[in-house]
Design a binder for this molecule. Structure first.
Ligand code: URA
Length: 466
């Protein structure tokens, strides 16, 4: 018989856990979550057999043991698989399509999902193989924005679909953009919340199992990971991001999902805008055929990630040819047609796209200008992300509403030559009193120097065996 304490002792002492121990652990985590939910609802929890029980203290202790000792590749794969099957999962087999998704580890102004879903869906409509993109997205986390918060700025857009509704949208539109349901990967919901207050979030093994269990529950044939590196990334160093990327690729491949990870630069906000509606507006602009110079990096990255998805799906002979196809679908308006269909299928009001600028209604704004002549050399992108959150785009605590119109417009990129007085950022808020702190944070983080910096490529490295 397996007991929770034996698993804790084994990991504490640096031993490798067996597959059965890991499966037992995840089962007890789910039972623990069910007991918590029953208590919250004021119901009497079902009595559990002694070896099915795990206490909050034991869970915290086990997470810390994993944080300190790490997991082997086999343990990480076992944990991911057990979490993936801890609740409901998608079944994409009846669709007879190649199902493929993209996941980003999180960044500032990172809105590629809003372009990739319609681009790949548009490609999936034509010829064989047919493709579907079952995208489960998240809300803002720390200094980073969340796709669901951005989508919900579109009037009436519903991100909370039931599993049958998701499958219907996927069937009709070849893509769906939804949030995690309470029954999808419940083990992650419980472990993630526990990690948040036990100082165990930054373990690459736990991050890998958390992300990959949710992605693999989408029943994917292919997965492209955008692993951020730089001052706006969650992982502190290039090496740490690369290690996480390798772990996720090997876990994906182990489960039979063709997986590629792109290590991409997050040293400054991606594209022109960071926030909620402003990011939707930027994407709608691109989908409608406009190409603002500040959006160039966003278009390049979205095409590259779409290109990898199309390559994995067998739609193109190489990722580069896939990126060209993605760009063609953007320019031809095919991706915009898919976007309109997708938004309508989620109940969203597409009339706001007729004049996205008119829908942008911040009540307070100010402009941050260059103090002197010189090159924009660097910024702390995490600090920029926090400034965006404090303008109102993020939430102070779970459940808070986010501001639709708060955000930041970038007027310069790292490497640009500036003259004193030239605008660098425009700040938008719905509350005048929220402008001062972000303004000071942004001013603090910008470095303007006499010499041009060495520029890093947007895509630093690709990790894959595909
Ligand atoms: N995103 C997730 O879904 N899980 C993590 O652990 C970190 C980022």
């Amino acid at each position: 018989m397996i007991h929770s304490l034996d698993i804790i002792l084994a990991k504490r002492d640096g031993h490798e856990l067996t597959t059965e121990q890991i499966q037992h652990l995840v089962r007890t985590v789910v039972l623990y979550g069910e007991q918590q939910l029953a208590t919250q609802r004021g119901e009497m929890p079902q009595p559990l057999a002694p070896n099915d029980r795990i206490t909050e203290a034991q869970l915290g202790s086990l997470l810390m043991a994993i944080f300190q000792r790490g997991l082997t590749l086999r343990e990480t794969a076992d944990l991911t698989t057990a979490m993936r099957y801890s609740g409901e999962t998608f079944d994409t087999q009846p669709l007879h399509t190649f199902s493929v998704d993209k996941h980003s580890t999180g960044g500032v102004g990172d809105k590629t999902s809003l372009l990739i879903a319609p681009i790949v869906a548009a490609a999936g409509l034509e010829g064989t193989p047919s493709i579907s993109v079952p995208m489960i997205s998240g809300r803002s986390l720390g200094h980073t924005g969340g796709t669901l918060d951005k989508l919900e700025t579109i009037p009436s857009f519903n991100t909370q679909l039931s599993l049958p509704q998701m499958m219907q949208v996927l069937r009709d539109c070849h893509a769906v953009l939804v949030g995690q349901t309470p029954r999808l990967v419940p083990a992650d919901r419980i472990l993630y919340a526990m990690r948040d207050h036990t100082g165990t979030v930054e373990s690459p093994y736990l991050i890998c199992a958390s992300i990959m269990s949710k992605k693999l529950a989408e029943d994917l044939n292919g997965l492209v990971l955008d692993v951020k590196v730089g001052s706006g990334a969650f992982m502190p160093t290039y090496e740490a991001s690369k290690y996480l990327a390798e772990l996720m690729v090997s876990t994906g491949e182990h489960s039979g999902t063709r997986t590629a990870a792109l290590l991409t630069s997050m040293n400054e906000p991606l594209g022109r805008f960071s926030g909620n509606w402003v990011e939707v507006w930027e994407c709608v602009d691109i989908l409608q055929g406009r190409r603002h110079p500040m959006s160039a990096d966003l278009i390049t990255l979205s095409n590259a990630l779409s290109g990898w998805m199309l390559y994995l799906a067998g739609k193109s002979a190489s990722p580069e040819a896939g990126a060209q196809l993605a760009d063609k679908l953007l320019r031809s308006g095919a991706a915009y047609k898919s976007w309109l269909q997708l938004v309508a299928a989620h109940g969203g009001d597409t009339s706001v796209f007729t004049d996205p600028v008119a829908f942008h209604r911040p009540t307070a704004t100010c402009v941050l200008k260059a103090r002197r002549d010189g090159y924009l050399v660097s910024m702390d992108c995490k600090q920029v992300g926090w400034a965006v959150q404090r303008l109102g785009a993020g939430r102070a605590k779970p459940g808070d509403a986010v501001s639709v119109h708060a955000g930041l417009e970038s007027h310069a990129k790292i490497g640009d030559r500036l003259t004193a007085g030239q605008p660098i950022f425009t700040l938008y808020s719905e509350d005048e009193s929220l402008l001062n702190e972000p303004y000071a944070m942004l001013e603090d983080t910008l470095a303007i120097e006499p010499h041009a910096p060495k520029l890093e490529p947007l895509i630093r490295e690709v990790i894959t065996s595909c």
